[in-house]
Design a protein around this ligand. Structure first.
Ligand code: G3I
Length: 359
């Protein structure tokens, strides 16, 4: 039996695809009741490989983000050779499905093509960054809701000012690399919300408290110097076994971000369960309760625009490779299970999204 081609799958009548979708309103419908959004990361390979997932993406989401296709290694694999094919496939799917797209990510110390790692230096850094952001953000101008302009710049343990991570960009341009990135993006696509995206700012543990404090200092400095950063992405890669979830700490941090005039987006929510027992009901309940407690502390602030999970179904999660369970069972970090059924985590996200923002 020959498999349907990617073109045939993508041309499948939406009605036929939609027939399998569940009836109850999806997460986006529930989020939009209070002016928020819900969405998910999507790997471009799923467009041809997983039509069933796409039905649920359309049912649940209002916005998508490419898991990999908008990263430098994918968009400019060789210097001056831009390849937008996979990114544009995701854009086309989103457009056909009535979904918005967010860009992830322009400047990061990972997913850098080899040639860039070799060529980046104090002498070349500004030209390379201006050219890349001008070209790529210019290419998508007017079509993206947000850009993660700088991804994961914080690592206070490294020692540089403002708790910045010691990355090739910091070594080439100093802390001003962030200024240049945000100004370049504002010039190339003024309509895309400009986001600084970070992880490890979720729990009341020392290294994360240090990261929150230094991030707030950095953001205050950037805003005071007219750097056009508009929002913070809280990646929210959570751990159901982490007990130091303090809602007051989260509420205060989000209030501090809002106090700087910044919006907040939950950009990559998932909940690792490798520290939990194998029993599925036990894991699902603990994952849901953990996410609910975290979201109930964050979402009520009116500065919070919405939530994306880093995938929609347990069929595919980076966590299985990065944090494999000792018992070898697949993790269950996302709203739908591998059979695309809604889980307790789905209900927890729905319930938290249905709470109105604080007055
Ligand atoms: O290398 C191939 C490339 O040639 C091919 O075009 C592409 C097609 O999809 O696949 C590439 O393979 C791997 C890719 O994931 C598959 O999508 C890359 O080698 C691998 O490095 C890449 O890993 C991604 C990782 O970021 C690094 O970019 C993960 O899928 C993705 O889940 C992970 O996501 C990150 C966020 O961007 C930032 N926050 C943390 C999060 C989890 O690590």
């Amino acid at each position: 039996m020959s498999l349907p081609t990617r073109r045939a799958l993508l041309a499948a009548p939406a009605l036929a695809l939609a027939a399998a979708a569940p009836a109850a309103p999806g997460l986006q419908a529930r989020a939009s009741r209070h002016g928020r959004f819900y969405g998910s990361a999507l790997n471009v390979d799923a467009l041809a490989a997983d039509p069933a997932l796409l039905v649920h993406i359309r049912q649940e989401c209002g916005i998508l983000v490419g898991e990999y296709s908008f990263k430098w290694a994918e968009l400019e694999p060789q210097p001056g050779v831009f390849d937008y094919a996979k990114a544009e496939e995701l854009m086309a799917f989103a457009a056909r499905s009535g979904l918005r797209m967010r860009g992830h990510t322009l400047i990061w110390h990972e997913a850098m093509p080899q040639w860039l790692q070799e060529q980046l230096s104090p002498a070349t850094g500004e030209t390379l960054m201006r050219r890349y952001i001008g070209t790529v953000a210019g290419h998508f101008r007017g079509r993206l809701a947000h850009w993660d302009v700088v991804n994961e710049p914080m690592h206070p343990e490294d020692g540089p000012p403002f708790g910045l991570r010691d990355t090739p960009w910091l070594r080439a341009l100093g802390p001003g690399y962030l200024d240049l990135a945000f100004h370049s993006c504002a010039e190339a696509d003024p309509g895309a919300l400009r986001v600084l995206n970070e992880f490890g700012i979720d729990y009341a543990i020392d290294w994360q408290e240090r990261r929150r404090v230094k991030l707030l200092e950095l953001l205050a400095h950037l805003r005071a110097h007219g750097v056009p950063v508009q929002a913070v992405g809280m990646q929210a890669h959570l751990d159901a076994a982490e007990r130091a979830l303090d809602q007051k700490v989260l509420e205060r941090f989000v209030a501090d971000l809002a106090g700087l005039g910044l919006k907040v987006i939950v950009t990559e929510l998932d909940v690792r369960d490798d520290g939990l027992p194998a029993d599925i009901a036990v894991r699902d309940a603990a994952v849901a309760a953990h996410a609910r407690a975290w979201l109930d502390a964050v979402l009520p602030n009116p500065a919070v625009l919405g939530v994306l999970t880093w995938g929609l179904s347990d069929r595919h999660s980076w966590l299985d490779a990065r944090f494999p369970r000792r018992d070898g069972l697949p993790q269950r970090p996302l709203p739908l299970d591998a059979q695309l059924r809604r889980k307790p985590l789905w209900a927890a996200i729905a319930a938290s999204l249905e709470q109105p923002p604080a007055p």
